[in-house]
Design a protein around this ligand. Structure first.
Ligand SMILES: C[S@@+](CC[C@H](N)C(=O)[O-])C[C@H]1O[C@@H](n2cnc3c(N)ncnc32)[C@H](O)[C@@H]1O
Length: 374
């Protein structure tokens, strides 16, 4: 079946280069390969930013899934799917909770990343896909030799993504072991237009009535300005049906916002944790030899990323807002959602730890309540 471990160092060279359709050999693909590699490398390391997100996610899944999904059909909408590795955890937990079936909908503006997500989700089912499934996944129905090669050989995940990212609008469902995924992700800006995002999902034709879980993981919410965050959450709440869930994580800032001696140390460690962003942001640096920088600004409460060019000027690469835990919970409540459970990473107790500082994370499950419920 599909080999899901990425082979190091083969992007842009050797067989993967040969298999790459020229128009696809672009920056988006390079970013996707690097992002996938980073997530694979850090996923099981609890000292990393990604590893902390995974721990919090596992904890909230254990707490929330107590038979709630037994016998139910679940739509799993992955907003900013990335490489889909966290979606696999959610999916496995849902099936352990006896969900009857799961329909997976990856949404990402990087279509290569959506493709990683689809391959990861499909290959997690450990069911042999048919040649028809493979042809659909590769978006290459008219190339039986290629389909045959993929079906019979170990082709690396990077190669599969490269050869399957067609720009055609042809969308087909793949159904394996109780999970349905589309052959391509949806390329919609879910923050700018929540209504269009959900219209696109529903128009797929295999979106079914059932409980919908909206995932927004990887601290993505912090990438948006306060107004955009609030509008997004309120638009999302409008799209949700009563009983639907939002599974969200976010970065936490040093608490209390005090002058305690530990704060500067905590901040330095956090900045170090966020440095891994260079791995995929490097592809967007406009000057060779520029140095990646991360700093936490205590006034705006944002981690800021940039490249310092050799002439000393800065190429700004964006920022991530870090929340106060109660602020995030309040924001969700103000959007009309009810908090079912929340978890923070171990080194971020309310009284700030001085022994193991770092990038604190909080993961929350919130529900759209039924009318009349408290
Ligand atoms: C921080 S990564 C998180 C990936 C994944 N959820 C995880 O936790 O590993 C954010 C992802 O969301 C995508 N993304 C961010 N904002 C988006 C938007 N407004 N519309 C579509 N995709 C977006 C990015 O391309 C990226 O893959």
């Amino acid at each position: 079946m599909f080999q899901t471990e990425t082979q190091r160092g083969d992007q842009g060279s050797g067989v993967s280069y040969l298999l790459l359709p020229r128009r696809n050999h672009d920056r988006g693909f390079a970013i996707a390969v690097a992002f996938n590699q980073l997530v694979e490398d850090h996923f099981h390391d609890p000292t990393t930013k990604i590893g902390k997100e995974v721990i919090c996610l596992e904890r909230v899944l254990n707490e929330t899934l107590d038979g709630r999904f037994s016998g139910k059909r679940v739509n799993l909408i992955d907003l900013g799917a990335g490489n889909g590795q966290k979606a696999v955890l959610v999916l496995e937990a849902l099936l352990r909770d006896d969900a009857q079936a799961v329909d997976y909908f990856p949404i990402d503006r990087n279509r290569y990343l959506s493709k990683y997500a689809i391959f990861k989700v499909i290959s997690s089912r450990r069911v042999q896909p048919t040649r028809r499934d493979i042809a659909a996944l590769l978006c290459r129905p008219n190339e039986p030799e290629l389909v045959e090669q993929v079906a019979t050989e170990n082709v690396s995940l990077d190669e599969l993504v490269a050869m399957s990212c067609d720009t055609s609008d042809h969308l087909a469902p793949i159904e394996l072991g109780g999970v349905t995924a589309p052959n391509q992700g949806l390329d919609v800006d879910f923050v700018r237009d929540a209504a269009a995002t959900y219209r696109a999902v529903r128009e797929l034709g295999w979106y079914r009535e059932g409980i919908t879980i909206h995932c927004l993981l990887g601290r993505t919410i912090g990438n948006y300005a306060a107004q955009a965050r609030r509008r997004f959450l309120s638009d999302l709440q409008q799209e949700m049906s009563p009983g639907d869930l939002l599974l969200l994580d976010a970065g936490l800032r040093p608490e209390p916002d005090s002058d305690s001696e530990a704060v500067p140390r905590w901040i330095r460690q956090m900045e170090k944790d966020y440095l891994v962003g260079e791995h995929f942001m490097r592809f967007e640096a406009d000057t060779e030899g520029s140095a990646f920088q991360v700093d936490y600004d205590r006034t705006s409460k944002k981690v800021r990323y940039g490249f310092k060019r050799p002439d000393g000027s800065i190429q700004k690469m964006g920022s991530s807002y870090l929340f106060h835990a109660s602020e995030l919970l309040d924001t969700l409540r103000e959007s009309g959602l009810r908090i079912l459970c929340s978890q923070t990473s171990a080194e971020h107790p309310p009284a700030m730890s001085t022994t193991s500082p770092g990038s604190g994370c909080m993961t929350i499950v919130a529900e759209k309540p039924h009318e009349g419920s408290p």
